[in-house]
Write a protein that binds this ligand. Sequence first.
Ligand SMILES: [Zn+2]
Length: 60
Amino acid sequence: MLPKLRTSPARKRKRRSHHALTKMNLVECPSCGATKHPHTACTDCGYVRPGLTLKTSGTV
Ligand SMILES: [Zn+2]
């Protein structure tokens, strides 16, 4: 089957107006300074919050 009507440039652009990617939110680890996702453990040092540090696998 073929489309009955060709999509106009304006219709195409309106559809794609929602396709933009949002910028990732990264924060700096207060322990080692590496960038990490907020509310997660740091992948470099395992820091979560004062008094809680998770062990890192060491494979990375
Ligand atoms: Zn860290």
